[in-house]
Design a protein around this ligand. Structure first.
Ligand code: BES
Ligand code: MN
Ligand code: ZN
Length: 493
């Protein structure tokens, strides 16, 4: 948590703070501007006509108050139409305010609550403020270490504050802390976050949240028969690990869900080595795992009536004398044999064994989260993830959760026609197909390992990492999908 978050019944123009943020609907933009102008003693109108601020969504106006108000700066953020202000938009409102405060080097901000926003819905504003205040500065020293940092935020309301308001804020902060955990793990460099350290980080988060956790080292993975998983990690000096976290609700669980995350702490491509350009981004090839760890923390705060298992498969894909090779054949936890074609298609091998492990837990649903294919990023761009589902009902359920969470997930088809390309002459399966439809063939390969358990596969290769900040996401690791998964679990409970 980055912020000391408070709520006060107070007049914005009498509030002392570094940055005052005023949310403004389109319909009341003229009134808001003139009240601010009055408070500032004139001179704002000209600025407003020049900027054409109308309170439209994403519009903003930032002014210095020149000591005419107790706040040093004031910003008006357009909120558009009140009907558009859903939970996700409320979150973006908070995130935009916090990011503005960071860029203006404000230590404190005060933000007005739009009319009618109170109680449970404050959770989303709290989430947004924390998500926008996120920064990763673990490795900055001296001059580069930021000194003026946003550390407190006050929500300003016109009405009386209730206990429900305060607990909603605390819940929102706890959920955002889960997302921040995911982002931190994503941003950690691969020399500081080896497979063993990622598994340990998962265990630490689990213990901090009083969740049960079991760790598996390479020996245990071998003994269980997770041969594909172990093969991927055998070319690295840092052996593979798996963590299994369990959240059990207090009451009787309505469903049992297993979540699986791809945790490649670094993906060099192995012997089929990647080009140097962009290889460094492959430190975030553990985004799926990071998201599941962060999600488990958020789940422990939200306490849905669902039994939730988080499985994270951690390995490093490196070229070495002992690295796995194209042409190798391995067995798997499921029993099927797999011929290796391209050592850069490592994620699906780790996931295949983790999915088979997940299936053995006999859940009602398996959902995985993985930076699986460049093809998915090519298809959908950097701000949208792809997902696959084993039934239309499940796909609709998942799509709705994503929509409500404000994250973009687009369904891709499990086209049976492409299955032929996974046929091998010497083993039960090859693990890659043609270049065309690469995201689909990866999903078809995974499907071989889930049996008949309902399953959703998410390919977050595009949005896991952002090249610039947008919405609730910072530049760098985004924690993409945590909020969608949380929303899905919430709808089950
Ligand atoms: N981790 C990559 C996928 C990826 C690419 C994630 C870009 C994020 C950004 C994955 O392991 C990979 O290398 N996939 C290959 C598969 C191919 C060899 C069949 C790919 O997409 O090129
Ligand atoms: Mn790869
Ligand atoms: Zn990978």
């Amino acid at each position: 948590m980055f912020l000391k978050l408070q709520i006060a019944t107070a007049d914005p123009f009498k509030t002392e703070t570094d940055l005052l943020v005023i949310g403004c609907f389109e319909k009341s933009s003229a009134a808001t501007i003139s009240s601010l102008e009055k408070a500032l003693g004139g001179s704002l109108k000209e600025l407003v006509t020049r900027d054409e601020f109308k309170g439209k969504k994403d519009q903003r106006l930032l002014v210095s108050t020149l000591a005419k108000l107790p706040s040093a700066q004031a910003a008006v953020l357009g909120l558009g139409d009140p009907a558009q202000l859903d939970d996700a938009a409320l979150r973006v409102y908070g995130a935009t305010a916090a990011r503005l405060a960071l860029s203006e080097k404000a230590r404190s901000l005060a933000i007005t609550l739009p009319d009618g926003i109170s109680g449970d819905r404050l959770r989303y504003l709290a989430e947004g403020l924390e998500l926008g205040a996120y920064r990763y500065d673990r490795f900055l020293t001296g001059e580069r270490k930021p000194r003026r940092l946003l550390s407190s935020a006050t929500l300003l309301t016109k009405v009386k504050i209730s206990a429900a308001d305060r607990s909603a804020l605390a819940l929102g902060q706890a959920i955002a802390a889960g997302v921040a955990t995911a982002r931190d793990l994503q941003n950690d460099p691969p020399n500081e976050l080896t497979p063993a350290l990622l598994a340990q980080a998962a265990a630490r988060v689990a213990r901090n949240h009083k969740l049960k956790v079991t760790l598996f080292d390479r020996k245990k993975l071998e003994a269980m028969g997770m041969k594909l998983f172990v093969a991927v990690g055998q070319g690295s000096a840092h052996p593979p690990h798996m963590a299994h976290i369990v959240y059990t609700p207090a009451g009787k669980a309505k469903k049992k869900v297993v979540l699986v995350g791809k945790g490649l702490t670094f993906d060099s491509g192995g012997l089929c080595i990647k080009p140097a350009q962009g290889m460094g981004d492959m430190k975030t090839d553990m985004s799926g795992a990071a998201n599941i760890v962060g999600l488990m923390a958020a789940v422990s705060a939200l306490k849905p009536n669902v039994e939730v298992h988080g499985i994270i498969g951690c390995a490093e894909n490196m070229p070495d004398g002992d690295a796995y090779r194209p042409g190798d054949i391995f067995g798997s936890l499921d029993g099927k044999t797999v011929e290796i074609v391209n050592t850069d298609a490592e994620g699906r091998l780790v996931l295949a064994d983790c999915l088979a492990y997940a299936r053995n837990l006999k859940p009602d649903l398996i959902v995985d989260n993985a930076t699986l294919t460049g093809a998915c990023a090519i298809a959908l761009g950097s701000n949208c993830a792809g997902f696959f589902a084993t039934s239309d009902t499940l796909a609709e359920q998942f799509a709705r959760a994503a929509r409500e969470a404000g994250e973009q997930f687009w369904r891709l088809p499990l086209l049976d026609d492409l299955k032929d390309s996974l046929k091998s002459d010497v083993a039960d399966l090859k693990h890659t197909g043609d270049r065309f439809g690469g995201a689909i063939t990866a999903a078809l390969f995974l499907r071989e390992f889930v049996g008949n358990i309902p399953w959703v596969h998410c390919d977050i290769a595009g949005p896991s990492l952002a090249s610039k900040a947008y919405g609730i996401y910072p530049k760098g690791g985004t924690g993409y999908g945590v909020l969608t998964f949380l929303r899905l679990l919430e709808t089950f409970s």
